[in-house]
Design a binder for this molecule. Sequence first.
Ligand code: HEC
Length: 717
Amino acid sequence: MKQAAWVGTVVRLVGFFGLSFTVFTGCADTPNVVPEAPSTPVARVDGERLIAADSEPGNWMSYGRTYSEQRFSPLGAVNDQNASELGLAWSYDLNTARGVEATPIVVDGVMYTTSSWSIVTALDARNGVHLWTYDPKVKKEKSKHTCCDVVNRGVAVWEGQVIFGALDGRLIALDAATGKVNWEVATFDPTLPYTITGAPRIIKDKVLIGNGGAEFGVRGFIAAYDVDTGERLWRFFTVPGDPSLGFENDAMKMAAMTWSGEWWKLGGGGGTVWDSMAYDPELDLLYIGVGNGTPWNQKIRSPGGGDNLFLSSIVALRPDTGEYVWHYQTTPGESWDYTATQHIILADIELEGEPRKVLMQAPKNGFFYVIDRTNGALVSANNYIQITWATHVDKETGRPVEAEGARYEDAKFMLYPSYLGGHNWHPMSYNPETGLVYIPVLDIPAFYAQPAEEFEYRPDYTNLGIDGITAGLPDAQAERDALRPLIAGRLVAWDPKTQKEAWRVEHSGSWNGGTLSTAGNLVFQGTADAKFVAYTADKGEPLWEFPTQTGVVAPAMTYAVDGEQYVTVNVGWGGAFALVFGEYVHAKSTPNMSRVLTFKLGANGSLPEPKWKPVVTFNPPAQSGTPESIKLGHAQYQDTCMGCHGLNAVSGLLIPDLRGSALIHDQAAFDNVVLGGALRDKGMASFASELDAEKSAAIRAYVIQQAIRGQQVQASQ
Ligand code: HEC
């Protein structure tokens, strides 16, 4: 097995970077100076402290603040009476220019955060003074294996170490005081199309991390690593491998009964654990959210149907051993990229007079689930957004009742929610005082159809198995403009007891930030149109906002140092929607300004004026391609380029808009980049294994057509 050489290889680097002083790329003003270890111990988080997190509300010690991942802060000094007095206390420029999704961790006055390309930064939480930066120097061409930007959602801290997953699969432990590497381990072979974007969690000295890559073709797993050495202790695969090689455990044997065909030959089935985890210390259960299948289209992946366990499921495991305990599958036989990797929240709530230990999730498929977390039984489910793929969830069987035609086997299907979900990775929050869950909702349609050409597996790139042109936006500009009002987004306060919406705030953009709720009767959310807003938690009334100069996708967090409460949000537009839906990106979102913004009462700091103007300068050459080659180019573009350069060649401007590129004037120069990989060190990998010269020429012809059209649209405005 190719993988065996990598997994479990522990590289000890203790003392290696000892005296060093290294400058990290693209960051002239914050050199990676390694400070002397301070005499007071830092980041001394352990299980006891984390379980008792409510007794020290000034710290935010884990990704979702507590093991229950409620993202509710008991701090109430900033509240609905005084939120209008919030102002910018300090800001810190992260010196990266792609999406920032991380939740900062704050322990004992020090903040640890990540930005794109898995770069970790430690700051003084009182004033933003830079302490250290660690850049794992991920090879930029690894971005070919990212579906949704080169993002990272944050670190975990434990006993003086800061631990994070790098995009290329390395799990790295840093000394929290100095940012020096203690150990690092490859969790997978980086040449395989896995990536890490999620934040690790730590339970009983074991670091838990999964990975992404189900758009490409990988076999999903989560593994536990020793917090002191990085040694791998257990691994749980989420989908079965080739049955002829035997099964790792009974859970895989059970799962294999729900698959058909030869899925392991199409990349491994998918089911990646790329984001959510939660832990109940009393029940001693770790809950993980499992992703979509590879390819998306079940007819190709598992031609005889079946549930395809554990795709799109919540699975409960024993954290000591990785042993399977129970699962609940949200979307059996998923065929739409309906991951169940969305945020999992644990809460004890009263239902019909009974206290219940529940788990809540609003996965991509549009239903809000309340599940008994002791045994995985469905308590209730209702759709938190309009949906077309199913009518309801059957209470008896716990299964969705699918709508006719939803599997797009015979005809094109207009799907709600889209492949981006009714809710994506952007964390929700649960406020035990209002009893409401605050969901960043995406309301976008998608169009699914069987592929026009026979499916061909691509070992190093995406394998969706749906028709790229249908999935793209309509070719005619008028039709695309007509879609505009359908591409919506909002903040929804959901009552899990009644399974009903309590209130909503419509946003002008779709792809908004995660939420934070506090004991001050507040909900904080950043938006796609570059604002950071405080609402009342009970009614959703806006109280205060701050112009962030760039779209916000990360969730806010709050902490206190020396008796003062601070509210922090990382800003920096990016992620899947930002790249793909260029045409529907709010102009105020772009380009990216990656920053940490921290607010407190009575502060009045300001940001420097932004210099950017989000426009494309068109200068297309005359069209020399034939109608046939433009058509071929359209299909090839949607299958291979749109994930970064945007649907229909309209970019979200984080990555160049090809319609404005000088390289479309010259096929050789274009090929030099697209096939030759001339810009691989800047994140534009070679696509020579997916395309040949004819296809590259066809793509160029298509981009020229789109540039000519774009120029006409711009001239008419
Ligand atoms: C995984 C993301 C990704 C994908 C997929 C991708 N690109 Fe790129 N591309 C980039 C990035 C990032 C850059 C900018 C590199 C730089 O900073 O110079 C880029 C730059 C380019 C440029 C140079 C633009 C200029 O004027 O500087 C061309 C041409 C290009 N890409 C063509 C393509 C084509 C054609 C495809 C599909 C076959 C494609 N790219 C797919 C990420 C991607």
